[in-house]
Design a protein around this ligand. Structure first.
Ligand SMILES: [Cu+2]
Length: 309
């Protein structure tokens, strides 16, 4: 493997994981136009002239290896919040996504049952909301949003414009008032929500697809009648502590409605990640959250248990 091919494979790996809303199963080949023309890409295109399949695929999918959600503007698409949020007040939150022509995008592909997934987390990664805004004819999205406490939040729009590839844009939402950030919750293998216990098996390994199995139980009994939510039995969002790099993974196809939901996730570095699992049971969507650590070099976060699993 020459250096260019090797790097291409690495970039491809990241594209699979950080390609926005695209699930693990369908990402290869769907990752769209490469944004920045970096040096290695140029090398790549040149060497693709003699193309064997591997080269061609790597070239087609090579792109900026910046994880999703870190940029407010990418590939010509920009997330524009239009509403200021006050603490504790339900707000009709509005925003647009403008495209390369500067106008609000109105045509989107449906991914996981929705045209756009909107995730809002506090920057200390203590609070998480997964919302589905509605769009009016002019490309203005709106959603009822309540941010209970003052502080800094990150909003992610996860979407694929018609004819384009999946993108996750991120924008800060600043809510005025006295702000008391909480330390990152400790690394843990179990989470409880609304009387449900969810356990996490598997480890995050930087640069590798890692199998994560989440098992849901209630009152000590495995839950075997999970309900599909967004076309799957579970929906997992992972965010890197420190910069909130966004990773949106979906489960392995399963005909079993629990208790296990299996995901494949690939993280770009060591360090702590927050995992938020949405699952539906008895007609209600609930979110179980975990702090997990990927081995290897990564930013240490105050608060997370330094001697976890
Ligand atoms: Cu969604």
């Amino acid at each position: 493997m020459n250096a260019a091919t090797k790097l291409g494979a690495y970039v491809l790996g990241l594209a699979v994981v950080f390609g926005g809303a695209l699930g693990v199963g369908n990402a290869v080949g769907e990752v769209g136009p490469a944004p920045a023309k970096s040096e290695h890409e140029a090398t790549h295109s040149a060497s693709a002239a003699d193309s064997d399949g591997g080269h061609a695929e790597a070239t087609a999918t090579a792109q900026d290896d910046t994880p999703g959600g870190l940029q407010v503007s990418e590939n010509g698409y920009t997330l524009n919040p239009l509403t200021t949020v006050k603490p504790g007040e339900p707000t009709d939150f509005r925003f647009t996504v403008t495209g390369p022509d500067g106008r609000p995008v109105t045509d989107y592909q449906v991914e996981h049952d929705k045209k756009l997934h909107f995730i809002v987390v506090s920057r200390d990664l203590g609070s998480f909301q997964h919302l589905h805004p509605v769009q009016d004819g002019d490309g203005v999205w709106s959603v009822k949003l309540t941010l209970a406490d003052p502080g800094a939040y990150r909003a992610f729009a996860d979407f694929a414009p018609a004819g384009g590839s999946g993108l996750t844009l991120g924008a800060d939402l600043l809510v005025a008032g006295d702000y008391a950030p909480k330390p990152l919750p400790r690394v843990a293998r179990t989470a409880t929500v609304d009387g449900y216990a969810v356990s996490l098996a598997g480890d995050l390994v930087p640069g590798q697809a890692s199998k994560l199995t989440l098992s849901v139980s209630k009152d000590g009994r495995p839950v075997t009648d999970l309900q599909p939510y967004l076309g799957a039995y579970g929906h997992l969002v992972a965010l890197r502590a420190g910069d909130l790099a966004y990773l949106h993974v979906h489960p392995e196809e399963s005909v079993k409605a629990g208790p296990e939901i299996t995901f494949y996730a690939e993280v770009p570095s060591g360090g702590e990640y927050r995992l938020f699992l949405d699952f539906q049971h008895d007609g209600k969507v609930r979110t179980a959250d975990f702090t997990a650590r990927a081995a290897g070099a990564g930013a240490a976060q105050p608060g997370a248990d330094g001697h976890g699993h």
